[in-house]
Design a protein around this ligand. Structure first.
Ligand SMILES: Nc1ncnc2c1ncn2[C@@H]1O[C@H](COP(=O)(O)OP(=O)(O)OP(=O)(O)O)[C@@H](O)[C@H]1O
Length: 262
């Protein structure tokens, strides 16, 4: 997936300024950056979800392409067959069971008048299993804890069987075991050729899981590349305003970061 020249202003304030992103297929790309750096906004623009009244400044030529196709020009339903967005804290007031919520992910794949097929239900159950939420299938979504709800949102996106999945802080409500399980799901998707882009705050989770990183600061890309090139003190310290030490994990060889307030 590539995005070029993504700019966005709100009330004249630049939120994203000429951002370019390359997210390789079959890889997990981590989208990093401090609070307010523009990660959620970028994911929503990449997914084609835009809030009314927040127009990009004139004169910019934003383009987002996946598999050589300009996603901006693809009708919504068709786009939903290609990409899934897992938003941060996406609540729902709908009185839905978890299984029905996950079955919503199948809608782009069936004809408009058709109900759920056996194949749809099988895909929904497989997605619930992969997201560690199968025991929640009959619960009402509104009664779930934050972490349970997050697993259900992941399951809904998996049921969509996307080739591009965009996730906003997919682990923020999860306990440590569930965080690792969620990142394993993303790795498995990437191994199947899916393009995965996840906004993450936990730099160590990014270090242990991602192949490729994009670091935003104040709406601009300040670094992008392999994990070992981005997660280095000279890149991170000016952005986060903390002292960073980088160690090497004894088994995986991946970076392990330690932070101190300078
Ligand atoms: N609807 C809005 N109205 C005004 N400002 C907004 C709106 N949506 C986002 N912003 C501002 O845009 C900037 C980027 O927000 P965004 O949510 O994209 O950042 P983020 O990197 O995802 O942050 P966080 O890590 O805190 O979730 C922030 O300064 C935010 O306050």
């Amino acid at each position: 997936m590539t995005a070029e020249r993504v700019s966005w202003t709100i009330d004249g304030r630049p939120i994203l300024d000429d951002v370019g992103v390359l997210a390789p297929a079959g890889a997990v790309t981590g989208l990093l950056g401090p609070n307010g750096s523009g990660k959620s906004t970028l994911l929503r623009i990449l997914a084609g979800v835009q809030q009314a009244g927040h127009a990009p400044p004139s004169g910019t030529a934003t383009s987002t392409a996946f598999d050589g196709v300009d996603l901006g020009g693809v009708p919504r339903r068709e786009r939903a067959r290609v990409l899934a967005l897992v938003e941060q804290d996406a609540g729902t007031d709908l009185p839905l069971s978890v299984l029905d919520a996950v079955l919503l992910g199948r809608i782009p794949h069936r004809s408009l008048l058709a109900g759920d097929s056996d194949a749809d239900r099988a895909a929904a159950h497989a997605a619930l299993l992969a997201a560690g939420a199968e025991e929640l299938a009959d619960r009402a979504v509104g009664t779930l804890s934050g972490g349970e709800r997050q697993r259900v949102h992941m399951a809904r996106a998996l049921a969509q069987e996307p080739r591009l999945i965009l996730l906003d802080e997919p682990t923020n409500h999860l306990d440590i075991a569930a965080q690792l399980d969620a990142m394993r799901v993303l790795r498995d998707l990437a191994a199947d050729g899916v393009t995965v882009v996840a906004a993450l705050h936990d730099l160590n989770l990014a270090a242990s899981t991602c192949d490729h990183l994009v670091l935003l600061d104040q709406g601009r890309v300040v670094a992008a590349g392999p994990v070992g090139e981005v997660l280095v003190p000279e890149v991170l310290e000016p952005v986060y305003g903390v002292r960073v030490d980088v160690l090497t994990h004894p088994r995986t060889g991946r970076p392990v970061l330690s932070f101190e307030r300078g």
